[in-house]
Design a binder for this molecule. Structure first.
Ligand SMILES: Cc1cc2nc3c(=O)[nH]c(=O)nc-3n(C[C@H](O)[C@H](O)[C@H](O)COP(=O)(O)OP(=O)(O)OC[C@H]3O[C@@H](n4cnc5c(N)ncnc54)[C@H](O)[C@@H]3O)c2cc1C
Length: 380
């Protein structure tokens, strides 16, 4: 077993770390959070440096990277500005990855080279007001009429829906619960498409929206994978799940790492010269934070390694998703505790880590849903 990152991956990690250090000052990150502003300028810089093409196959203008490369990027960015990792993630996951694994040849040729250059943004529109964890209960409907599908319905909590070019929209095309769902590539400039941003606690700037479809006309060619993929939306979505859970795990790792580092820096300053007894409890808490974080990291990257080897890893990626987001929550709460009153001050980042980390156990399937999946794998 080799636990070291090969040179190519470690170069990628260094490149993204340097970007974060140079381009995202703490003040800038706080400003984006305070203004609830989509980090468009930073996203453009990331694409100019090639980070939008990392996981696109080489024949379509990409670098041919895998889920571990994506996770390394997410983790580094999430240490400073988690919402930027999500903005980039909408491209890497809901653009590059979805089209690579589910698109037909025409769609790959049309979208991947443009996505590689960072000239297009996607979002993933599945959740509805009455269909979250039970996503297959969606009611948004696509009806075939005069050579087109007409979409009617609404979605909620769709990240990036107001700033993207294409909304991958899951809609009901048949009555069977799972086998009656189709994924459509809906251009957001289509008449009848409307996105309304929601104000929320954390991941501010993510442009998470309510979306309304009123007689939105979509061509059958814009079914993800082509006309032959009518009613195949659920199967296509399932193919994405391991990767989604793993990259969300790496977001949690990044936030937890930042909380640990800030707490460590704070303690070194504040408790300089304190007596050993006063200091010991704090030291132990820091040690626990670091150890739990390391355990979560190994779980995430070992599951990701399985994914890269095309081994079955649905159980492990669900384990990683719930464990890393719940562990990160615990670590940030410890950080809040260690910083005392400063943890609540807006010119310290710990309060933002808390607001952001709370969301990670919801998006991409809640902790309870991950546990249901794992229990099912045990035959329960
Ligand atoms: C910031 C943010 C961004 C998001 N971005 C997107 C996006 O880009 N695209 C998208 O499609 N969706 C997105 N979502 C939606 C997210 O995936 C859903 O919120 C999530 O799946 C939970 O659904 P729900 O909110 O309807 O909660 P519910 O499903 O109603 O769950 C409520 C509670 O009940 C529990 N519960 C539900 N069912 C079960 C069960 N069977 N067993 C045990 N417990 C259960 C849940 O764990 C939870 O605690 C986003 C959400 C947030 C908060």
């Amino acid at each position: 077993m080799d636990f070291y990152l090969p040179e190519q991956r470690s170069n990628l990690s260094t490149r993204i770390r340097e970007f974060v250090e140079k381009e995202i000052t703490r003040e800038y990150a706080r400003e984006i959070d305070a203004k609830d502003e989509f980090p468009d300028a930073l996203l453009k810089k990331l694409s100019s440096l090639g980070f939008t093409r990392v996981n696109i196959p080489k024949e379509y203008g990409g670098e041919g990277g895998d889920v571990i490369d994506t996770m390394l990027i997410y983790e580094e960015i999430s240490k400073r500005l988690p919402v930027l990792a999500w903005a980039l993630g909408n491209i890497l996951l809901y653009g590059n990855e979805i089209i690579t694994i589910n698109g037909n040849e025409g769609q790959k040729k049309m979208y991947l080279p443009v996505l590689a250059k960072g000239e297009m943004k996607f979002c993933f529109a599945l959740t509805e007001p009455n269909a979250g964890s039970d996503a297959a209960s969606i009611k948004t409907r696509a009806v075939y009429e005069d050579g087109y599908y007409r979409l009617n319905g609404s979605k909620i909590f769709i990240t990036g829906a107001g700033v993207c070019d294409i909304a991958i929209t899951f809609a009901r095309t048949g009555e069977e619960k799972h086998k009656g769902i189709t994924a459509f590539l809906v251009p957001t400039k289509s008449a009848g498409y409307q996105a309304r941003p929601l104000e929320k606690l954390g991941y501010r700037g993510s442009n998470t929206c309510e979306v309304f479809y009123e007689d939105v006309k979509v061509s059958p060619e814009d079914i993800l994978g082509g006309e032959g993929c009518l009613h195949k939306g659920w199967t296509q979505m399932v193919k994405l799940l391991n990767t989604e859970r793993l990259v969300l795990s790496s977001c949690a790792l990044g936030i937890a790492q930042a909380a640990f580092e800030d707490a460590l820096t704070f303690v070194k300053e504040r408790f300089k010269g304190s007596s050993e007894e006063a200091f010991q409890g704090i030291k132990h808490r820091l040690v626990e934070m670091a150890t739990e974080l390391e355990a979560a990291r190994w779980l995430a990257y070992s599951a990701a390694w399985k994914e890269t080897q095309h081994l079955e890893c649905a159980k492990e990626s669900s384990m990683s998703k719930w464990f890393s987001s719940e562990t990160a929550k615990k670590i940030v709460l410890q950080g809040m505790n260690i910083l005392g009153g400063y943890s609540a001050a807006m010119d310290f980042d710990m309060q933002r880590y808390l607001r952001d980390v709370l969301i990670l156990s919801i998006g991409g399937g809640t902790t309870q849903i991950q546990k249901n999946i794992i229990a099912k794998a045990f035959g329960l």
